[in-house]
Each structure stands twice: as C-alpha cells, then as structure tokens.
Design a protein around this ligand. Structure first.
Ligand code: FMN
Length: 340
C-alpha cells in the first residue's frame, strides 16, 4: 500500500487520478476509476447539445447513483467557457441539496483560467471540497498558492489536450513545485502512462499521478472505439501542438490537426478571444463532436498526449489503477533495497 497525503485526505486506495477530458464525457470512466480505488473525475463536457449546466448535474447524479466512492470534477474557467460562472455557483448548491453528493465530491479542479473566483466561492460555500488548480509553470503555481488553493495539478507540455504557452515539461515542473511548495498537496500530470511513470511521479514528491490518454485507451471509457484504437499503434512523435479554443492544444497529427497548423501567438489568441466569434467557437466544437458521436478521427480533433508512445494496448481500468500501483510499489521497494 502506498499512502500519500492525497490517498489519506480523499480516502482512496491508490494514488491515481483520472485527468479531466472535456469537452468529452468521462462520467462512466469516473465511476470505473473510483470503483477501482483511484479518484475518478467528471469532465466539463459540452457535446450533447443540451443545456450544459443541467447536463453537468445529470453527470454528477449518474456518478453518485453508480458508486459510493469519492470522486472529483473539473470546471474550465476560461473566458470563452461561458457556463463556468453558473457552474461555480451551482456546484455547492447541488452539494447542499444532496448529502451523498456532498460526501463523495471531494475534489474540484479548475483549469484554463484563474483559480481566484472559484476559490473564494467554494471556500465559503463548499469548504469540504478540496480545490485544486492546474499549473503549467512555476510562476502560475505561485498564483495558485497565493489564491489559497488546497492543491496543485502540475501539468507539463507533453500532456494531451490544452496546454499553456509556457512549454515546461512535467519533469522540470514537478521538481520545481515540490522544492518550492513542499507543504502543498501535489498531483503530477502529463506524460504518465506506465507503472514506471507512477513510481517516478511519487518519487519526485507528488501525492498522486493523473493520467488522461492512458484512460482513454481503457475498456470502460466512453470515448469512441475509433479514438481508442488509434492510441496503441501511435508513437510519441505522432502528436503536435496546434491552436485550440483556449490556446495551444496537443492533438494526434491527423487531417484536422495538420490543417490547423502551428500554434498562433498568445497575443493573437487574446485578440481572437476578445473578438469572440460564437460561430467560430461552435465550428471548433463540431470537430470534437464529430469524433465523439461519429468516431470521425480524420476530420475531427483527437487530443492525446505524447504518452501515446507508451501505450500499446487497451486495458481495464482496474489493471491501470491497481496494476500500475502494485508494480510502482515493487519498483520503489527494489530501489530502496539497493540503497545501503
Ligand atoms: C481528450 C482530452 C481532453 C482534455 N480536456 C481537458 C479539460 O477539459 N480540462 C482540463 O483541465 N484538461 C483537459 N485535458 C488535459 C488533461 O486533463 C491532462 O492534463 C492530460 O491528459 C495529461 O496528459 P496525458 O494525456 O498524457 O496523461 C484534456 C486531455 C485530453 C487528452
């Protein structure tokens, strides 16, 4: 058994968390991960064309109906994610209305914007829910700590999906954060997809390791089979950073990705956001919907991390959670036994 501050705080058996993967749904995946002893996370998903706030509530209801274990959620607090303020307000309200949800919803992760508004609101209205925020560089982690968050998800540029303009690797970032903020709970994320990776993340001082792409390629995830099937044969060279809704995004190099080309500059992105063209935003969302509903992995966007180069099969969630942790434990014990 590996005990960390996170396994103790959240009452989970294994120090593994599923990373949020909106706009895709990870509701069933979250149930499977939490049932397997990790911490499952419900994504900020928006692909069903429904009222996204109502849809989010339905996902939380689904999770509490299907597991009694702790779990978490993600809210993308980006400027252009227009439902985020309502969600920040509604989540504590839903917890107050449903004691089971309040008990199980132990982890709320914000990303793609600043942590302050969520932190202020949740500290007051949902004090039992630990608030973590994604930090892609040390100076941004400084802001997370200043804002009073309970913990940090240090995510490096090798990870799948949206990444920052910073381009810092997980390897460097996690060490920076453990050195500067040893008192903070820390999740290492981006680049993890093996037992060796889990052992390395914990050795660097992380309290848990979060994985995204590894969980897409699991039997229980609700990603389209065509998407899952692209992962085992892909190599670490098959991804690239291109322009996404909130900034650079790491995608599998397919037609959609190559047509998007290189990432645009931060300044250009900000002026695009200020001009905010709803039609453009919806067009972009279609590329995700195509993959989600039709499995069109040519014209659709396929976010994955460089970890595709580490994944050679689709596994059961339980094999990822308990299998990886048990092997990581052996690796760490073996290392210790070599120390005289
Ligand atoms: C399909 C996909 C969608 C993602 N969507 C989100 C999201 O909605 N919010 C977020 O904070 N991170 C998102 N990410 C980033 C992940 O949470 C995580 O940082 C990343 O998957 C880690 O890299 P890995 O895939 O190599 O494990 C997404 C990643 C992927 C692969």
């Amino acid at each position: 058994m590996i005990k960390t501050r996170i396994t103790e705080k959240f009452g989970i058996k294994y120090p593994i968390i599923s990373a949020p993967m909106g706009p895709f749904y990870t509701t069933k995946l979250a149930v499977a991960v939490s049932e397997a002893g990790g911490l499952g996370v419900v994504s900020h998903a928006t692909l069903r064309g429904k009222n996204s706030v109502k849809d989010f509530k339905e996902q939380l209801d689904y999770v509490v109906e299907h597991t009694d274990k702790p779990f978490g959620l993600n809210v993308r607090v980006a400027r252009i994610q227009t439902d985020h303020k309502v969600l920040l307000r509604k989540i504590p309200q839903w917890c107050n209305e449903n004691p089971k949800l309040r008990e199980q919803l132990v982890y709320a992760l914000t990303s793609a914007g600043g942590p302050r508004i969520a932190g202020k609101m949740w500290k007051e209205k949902a004090p039992d829910m630990a608030h973590f925020h994604v930090g892609p560089a040390l100076w941004l982690v400084d802001k997370i700590v200043e804002s009073g968050c309970d913990g940090i998800v240090a995510t490096g540029t090798e990870g799948g999906g949206h990444q920052s303009y910073e381009g810092i690797t997980t390897l460097v970032l996690v060490q920076q954060v453990t050195q500067k903020y040893p008192e903070k709970m820390l999740v290492a994320c981006g680049g993890f997809a093996t037992p060796e990776g889990v052992a390395a993340g914990l050795s660097m001082g992380a309290d848990a390791v979060a994985m995204g792409t590894r969980f897409i390629a699991s039997n229980e995830s609700e990603f389209h089979q065509n998407y899952k099937d692209l992962i085992p044969p892909a190599t670490a060279r098959d991804t690239m950073l291109t322009t996404g809704g909130f900034g650079p995004i790491r995608l599998l190099k397919n037609k959609y990705c190559l047509e998007h080309g290189e990432i645009i500059s931060k300044e250009e992105k900000i002026s695009q956001e200020l001009a905010y063209d709803m039609d453009e935003y919806l067009k972009d969302l279609m590329a995700y919907e195509l993959v989600y509903t039709k499995g069109d992995t040519v014209d659709g966007a396929v976010p994955v991390g460089q970890t595709v180069g580490l994944i050679d099969s689709i596994l059961d969630v339980d094999d990822i959670i308990s299998g990886f942790t048990n092997k990581a434990e052996k690796i760490l014990k073996n290392l210790c036994s070599n120390i005289s």
